[in-house]
Design a protein around this ligand. Structure first.
Ligand code: UD1
Ligand code: CA
Length: 481
């Protein structure tokens, strides 16, 4: 994409000022998440591919939250970086929420009066719309030289959508909203998707002619169609047969449907690249992740941010992997891995927590209820059960016994634990950092180690065991009830 192939005859207006009352939420509607990205992100991404001369997002309700989100969310701000051909996103402010017609009106001030191209108007709550469909709509609009072309669909259950009424020449006479439709109109199966392509000059001239709806007092953008039709020019429709694409997110049921559809769309791409995905509707994978062939991903797994996973891995049920790199042939079960690296042939979990800045080399094993943070594990090292290893460096083939804790924090500062190659740490050991355990050394179980242990040594810290006779000779310990 560069400035040269910019589509100079298209300006987009994205409507996102509405209250989204049916969402019953404190979060602005267009910031609700679909596959962990705000629904406006997906729409803008599809529009960016068309590469319009300018993009105008109309905001109103919760304007500050939306603007702030665009400034702080990297992925969104990158879409509108100053180096992108479409440049920064232009915000238009709709002062009073007087309907979709009024929203379009508030965007028009941002457009040069001498502009001679088309305007793509899109409702901000349609995250599944693809760039192919937008392209086809624009192409059709140009080919038929229409004043306006509406993206429509024929559906079995048109409830809730505007109905598209046509004359015998296939021009749209008008769009009737659900609330205003009579019995016959309710039976019309062709619906308005909320996506339109207008000739700018026509939109500019007729937008001011819309009058408030009798029932709601809102200015409906859809009413402009009848106004334009009456002037005798072409008001056409372009029907898509991909119904999922035009889903408008009005409530949380539709949000769920959009999530399911988006997951299917993204996960299908991974499956076609050779990744095996069990139950793809229930697995969230970032669309930019890199995953190798024959890797299997099971139900409930979430893969977020910048993630790379090699070939032949098994990512089992309910794992969460974020901003991490995993090698080949590694198995991860019911585990959390964040901002970390895991090598080849490793076994992680079940129930392991790998926290940021951990690097686990090849052939390592991290077992159940083990937490590792800011630590390097060299090849073949095992932490198999119930341990906390933080701010540490473990050599090759180290074996950490069950219940080992690195005591890395004295309440003020954090300190490092170093365990060199081939050492064996007995169960239930406390390692008071800073401390170094030398090569080939052994720590006796239950020790609290607060001084360095040299190479080839046994470190043991344990009180002498005392056995005393019980006072009552016939005392028998009982299990409490
Ligand atoms: C709208 C269409 C309907 C179509 C459906 C497709 C109108 C009147 N109706 O209905 O024909 O079938 O989309 O999904 O347009 N908005 C503003 N400012 C406002 C009011 C709304 O910016 O004052 C924005 C909303 O943020 C939203 C869009 O306009 O993105 C559409 O509003 P919404 O309330 O979702 O309209 P629908 O009832 O879905
Ligand atoms: Ca809607």
């Amino acid at each position: 994409m560069n400035k040269n192939n910019q589509n100079k005859n298209i300006i987009s207006i994205i409507l996102g000022a509405g209250k989204g009352a049916r969402m019953k939420s404190n979060i602005p509607k267009i910031l609700h998440l679909v596959n962990n990205k705000p629904l406006i992100y997906w729409l803008i991404k599809s529009i960016q591919i068309i590469n319009p001369l300018k993009n105008i997002l109309v905001v109103g309700h919760q304007y500050d939250e939306i603007k702030n989100y665009f400034q702080t969310n990297k992925e969104l701000s990158n879409l509108f970086h100053k180096n992108q051909p479409s440049g920064i996103l232009n915000f238009a402010f709709q002062e009073r929420l007087l309907g979709s017609g009024d929203a379009v009106k508030s965007a028009l001030n941002n457009i040069d009066k001498n502009y001679d191209g088309d305007i793509l108007v899109v409702c901000g709550d349609t995250p599944l719309l693809t760039s192919e469909t937008i392209s086809n709509l624009i192409e059709n609009h140009k080919k038929t030289d229409s004043a306006v072309t509406v993206l429509t669909a024929k559906v079995e259950n048109p409830f809730g959508y505007g109905r598209v009424k046509k004359d015998k020449n296939n021009n749209i006479i008008k769009i009737i909203e659900e609330k205003d439709s009579d019995f016959d109109e309710k039976n019309i199966k062709e619906i308005n998707s909320g996506v339109y392509c207008f000739k700018y000059k026509i939109l500019k001239d007729y937008i001011h002619k819309i009058v408030p709806n009798e029932k709601t007092a809102e200015f409906y953008l859809t009413d402009i169609i009848e106004i334009i039709y009456k002037t005798g020019v072409k008001t056409k429709s372009f029907a898509t047969d991909n119904l999922a694409e035009i889903l408008g997110i009005n409530d949380k049921v539709a949000l769920f449907q959009a999530n399911r559809e988006m997951r299917m769309r993204i996960n299908k791409k991974f499956m076609l690249q050779g990744v095996e995905i069990i139950n793809p509707e229930n697995i969230e994978i970032d669309e930019n992740a890199k995953i190798g062939i024959d890797t299997i991903i099971y139900d409930g797994t979430i893969i977020r941010g910048k993630v790379e996973i090699g070939d032949n891995c098994k990512i089992e049920t309910n794992s969460f992997i974020e901003n991490s790199k995993i090698g080949n042939n590694t198995s991860i079960k019911y585990s959390y891995i964040i901002d970390s690296f895991v090598g080849n042939n490793c076994e992680i979990g079940p129930f392991s927590h790998i926290r940021p800045n951990t690097k686990i080399d090849d052939n390592c094993k991290i077992g159940n209820f083990t937490e590792i943070k800011n630590t390097y594990l060299a090849k073949g090292t095992k932490v198999s059960h119930l341990s906390y290893i933080g701010d540490s460096e473990l050599g090759e083939n180290v074996n950490i016994g069950a219940g080992t804790i690195t005591c890395n924090y004295d309440g003020i500062n954090k300190y490092k634990t170093i365990i060199k190659d081939n050492s064996f740490i007995g169960s239930n050991t406390n390692l008071i950092a800073p401390v170094i355990i030398g090569k080939n050394s052994i720590i006796g179980a239950g020790s609290t180690i607060y001084e360095d242990v040299p190479d080839n040594s046994l470190g043991i810290e344990r009180n002498k065991q005392i056995n005393k006779k019980l006072m009552k000779p016939n005392h028998k310990p009982k299990n409490p009830k």
